[in-house]
Design a protein around this ligand. Structure first.
Ligand code: VG1
Ligand code: CO
Length: 542
């Protein structure tokens, strides 16, 4: 008989969830009691869990299976009636959100460090999603953190490990563990939103694409949906087998890390369309032949074409974007006569707007796009939305995006990341920026309209989030934004976001690094980047 053990413990410092959960090196999570303390802090902070059902799964990275066995035993010891766990411990973040909602569970625990590398010396992560399916809002993550600082004991069942690869029900004490395959639930949801017949017909007529799963969680989902249900030829999905170390790469779908895909989409014989997803399947990168679509433009274009997709035929209620995301989607919202919302970075801030029916599409410049179908960003959703639009409009990605710019003007945009800089230097740089008052000053060809540290009051529940990024906004609407990453695990990462509106179609073809050159140097000077960090160039430019 399995018995419940109560284990004495002492708090670990720093179990504070960041932009998207708690992320640390595997070695930190592998310490005795570390994961247990955090999971017990979650269970102690989310209300009455007796008799409830929980969803558990992760992106398949190193330490995923070990962590899941621990979480299952703790769920049993804490009184959950049932846990639904993805087969092999695998659940993409959007699929987890989908099943939490579909089976009306008491939320879920998602194990992922998303786009960060995996493996014994790399990153691991954990977060709790609420019953609505979205990441826990700040009030809950703060309660979890507060609990973690006072914890004295946790409960765990003394039992053998379960077989996570065997579909069906098993028991842990009195708790039922159902190992299920989430691909079917997720694929069914996608089929209800998009015109699969039109997409299938396009593939039949010779439309070609490549999808790079980057050896991460979306492989099985993409093979089922793209190759099996939509009839794309076998081999359309590249790197489709999830690996514990993602094949040694960064599972981050951008021009730098998804280089295989970028190479495949370059040149005359390239396919019509390319896409990639990240470690946990919530991000997407969209490419045409020799053409890159910035995530901000992707959200704007999809919003402008939403009614071509059956699930959004009735139109959108609103569009929400994170503050650093370009204002391209706002222009579409204005044209459609619907609200445009500006939230802090992180998908947790979209939940209340989606629940309240104030927004239908949401997006972030960091390769995140999604809708009210779940409460997470959703990589494959964005890919299917693009496929639907391409199949109906029968134009190329480049034609659709350049026509969009001609119609709305182009919000020229880029993000510069300075990774792994000294934390104290990064804090100092932000403090310096915070201390500036620039209103009315002329910097190069630009006059500053205002600068501030972005603060957000949630229009639905009134909660306030401060210090969400330094904005320097110019009189013509151009801006530079500075934030420190809340997902990294080594030193600090400074993100600089640069945006300028270009109405003149004759200049739309310019490389953004050229078109934004003066603003880029204004940003570097303002933040004293070289003097404070020793860096002359960013690590990653997207
Ligand atoms: C980054 C992105 C942010 C995104 C977050 C989680 O956060 O900038 O837009 O929501 O990652 O995405 P930060 O704090 O490092 O800038 V994921 O795919 O890690 O769940
Ligand atoms: Co992710």
């Amino acid at each position: 008989m399995a018995t419940v053990k109560t284990v004495a413990t002492t708090p670990f410092s720093g179990q504070k969830p960041g932009t998207s959960g708690l992320r640390k090196k595997v070695a930190v999570f592998a310490q005795a009691h570390y994961l247990e303390n955090f999971v017990q802090s979650v269970f102690d902070s989310i209300g009455d869990i007796a008799g409830k059902t929980l969803v558990v799964g992760g992106d398949g990275r190193y330490h995923n299976r070990t962590a899941i066995q621990t979480i299952l035993k703790m769920a049993a010891a804490n009184g959950f009636a049932k846990v639904m766990v993805g087969r092999g411990g695998i659940l993409s973040t959007p699929a987890a959100s989908c099943v939490i909602r579909k089976y009306q569970t008491f939320g879920g625990i998602i194990l992922s460090a998303s786009h960060n590398p995996g493996g014994p010396t790399e990153d691991f992560g954990i977060k709790y999603n609420i019953p609505a399916g979205g990441p826990a809002p700040e009030a809950i993550t703060e309660a979890i953190f507060a609990r973690s600082e006072k914890i004295t004991q946790y409960r765990i069942l003394d039992a053998a490990d379960l077989d996570l690869d065997r579909l069906g029900e098993q028991h842990l004490g009195e708790m039922v563990v159902e190992v299920f395959d989430s691909v079917a639930d997720y694929a069914e949801l996608m089929q209800s939103l998009f015109d699969f017949d039109a997409i299938r017909a396009a593939f039949k007529a010779g439309f070609r694409m490549k999808f790079d799963a980057m050896h991460a969680v979306t492989g099985p989902y993409a093979v089922e949906i793209l190759e099996h249900r939509l009839g794309a030829p076998a081999g359309t999905v590249m790197n489709g087998v999830p690996l514990e170390d993602f094949g040694g790469g960064h599972p981050d779908p951008n021009l730098v890390h998804a280089h295989d895909l970028v190479a495949a989409l370059t040149g005359a014989g390239a396919p019509d369309f390319g896409a990639a997803s990240d470690g946990d399947g919530d991000r997407n990168m969209i490419l045409g032949r020799d053409f890159y679509v910035t995530p901000s433009d992707s959200l704007a274009v999809l919003a402008a074409n939403a009614t071509l997709c059956p699930g959004y035929k009735a139109g959108l209620k609103g569009i929400a974007r994170s503050m650093p995301t370009s204002a391209a989607p706002d222009r579409v919202a204005a044209r459609l006569g619907i609200p445009a919302w500006e939230t802090p970075t992180g998908w947790k801030f979209f939940g209340t707007l989606l629940d309240a029916g104030k927004a239908t599409f949401c997006g972030e410049e960091s390769f995140g796009t999604g809708s009210d179908h779940v409460r997470e960003k959703d990589g494959l959703w964005a890919v299917l939305a693009w496929l639907n639009v391409l199949a109906v409009r029968k134009q190329s990605v480049a034609e659709i995006v350049t026509a969009h710019w001609q119609d709305y003007g182009r919000n020229v945009y880029s993000r510069h990341d300075y990774e792994g800089i000294d934390s104290a230097a990064a804090e100092g740089l932000m403090e310096h920026l915070r201390s500036l008052s620039l209103k009315g000053q002329t910097l190069g060809a630009y006059r500053v309209a205002f600068n501030d540290d972005f603060a957000y009051t949630d229009p639905v529940d009134g909660s306030v989030s401060k210090k969400q990024g330094i904005r320097v906004v110019f009189e013509d609407g151009s801006r530079v934004v500075f934030r420190l990453s809340g997902t990294g695990t080594e030193g600090a990462t400074l993100r600089v976001y640069i945006e300028r509106y270009e109405p003149d179609a004759a200049k739309h073809h310019l490389d953004p690094q050229v078109a934004l050159a003066d603003l880029i140097s204004i940003a570097r000077d303002l933040a004293q980047i070289e003097a404070r960090t020793g860096r002359t160039e960013p690590t990653v430019i997207t």
